[in-house]
Design a protein around this ligand. Structure first.
Ligand code: GUN
Length: 286
């Protein structure tokens, strides 16, 4: 078997084209969708992700405001900025790029965001809404994964779904979304034992741990759907996921590539959430 490639890049382009039209519709109504991105410190990967977000905003004609702060920024200063963005009616979405430097309390910082502007869906309010099957904003990466599975007609009901990783960015919200689609969900993490025994039972295997070549063909079931959410840079500077792609693609039924899989979908979902925020705040939702 040779797996079908789940092409996140082309799906994201299609979604962004539709969103671009919606942005123009909003602009015609005098609404100027705006995303504020806060970046603290000089984490290279975060800088790159923020530049991708800025670029997507530009493509769609969404206004992006990027606030960069030094590594040693005090929590009180950051909270003050979030309060100002919460108050600013021109700003529809607020995103704090993670991870934050160690001295900052991530929970306290994220909690400060007005949930109505929480386009990442990481506030306790938005995560609580997701948990109670009444989502407001769904975190972008998990939302993108489900959109890809839907686009390729991959049914989740009754399937064994295994998620490796338990972050609030990916693992936990993705597990809830898979559960909502009636999959039987197993969450694995760094302390899980006998991982291959678990992964070999997966009809859908989602990996978000950030370790190159972590999943090989001996760890998967024949015909499994493989969703690779890892982003790693090899010694030679190549971007790869958590899956040994060339080996695993021969045994899987579907697989997402890295790059060109989940990454572009995350950005497209952020754009979608930002437009939703603009519509919600201007009461133009259908
Ligand atoms: N760091 C890695 N992924 C993400 C994401 O989706 N949103 C934010 N804010 N930070 C991240």
């Amino acid at each position: 078997m040779s797996a079908k490639i789940i092409d996140g890049k082309s799906l994201s382009l299609k979604i962004k084209e539709e969103l671009k039209r919606e942005v123009q519709d909003l602009k015609n109504k005098g609404i100027n969708p705006t995303l504020a991105v806060v970046l603290v410190g000089d984490n290279k990967a975060s800088q790159k992700y923020v530049s991708f977000k800025e670029k997507a905003c530009k493509e769609l004609d969404i206004q992006s405001l990027v606030f960069r702060f030094p590594e040693d920024t005090e929590e009180i200063s950051l909270i003050k900025v979030i309060d100002e963005l919460n108050e600013n009616s021109q700003v529809n979405g607020i995103l704090i790029q993670l991870p934050l430097p160690k001295h900052l309390d991530q929970n306290r910082v994220l909690e400060r965001i007005n949930p109505l502007k929480d386009v990442d869906g990481f506030t306790p309010f938005c995560l609580g809404r997701l948990l109670t099957d009444n989502p407001l904003y769904i975190p972008c990466t998990p939302k993108g994964v489900i959109r890809m599975l839907d686009e390729y007609g991959i049914n989740l009901e009754g399937k064994q779904a295994v998620v490796i990783g338990r972050s609030i960015i990916v693992g936990k919200p993705l597990s809830l979304l898979l559960l909502k689609r009636n999959a039987t969900v197993t969450i694995c993490h760094s302390k899980s034992v006998n991982l291959p025994d678990i992964t070999k039972k997966a009809d859908i295997l989602c990996i978000a741990i950030g370790k190159e070549n972590f999943i090989n063909s001996n760890m998967i079931k024949e015909g499994a759907v493989i969703i690779d959410i890892g982003i790693n840079v090899t010694n030679s500077g190549k971007v790869v996921g958590d899956v040994n792609f060339e080996e695993v693609r021969k045994k899987a039924s579907y697989i997402t590539p890295v790059p060109g899989g989940v990454g572009p979908m995350t950005i497209a979902m952020l754009m979608e959430n930002t437009l939703y925020a603009a519509k919600l705040q201007h009461k133009v939702l259908k």
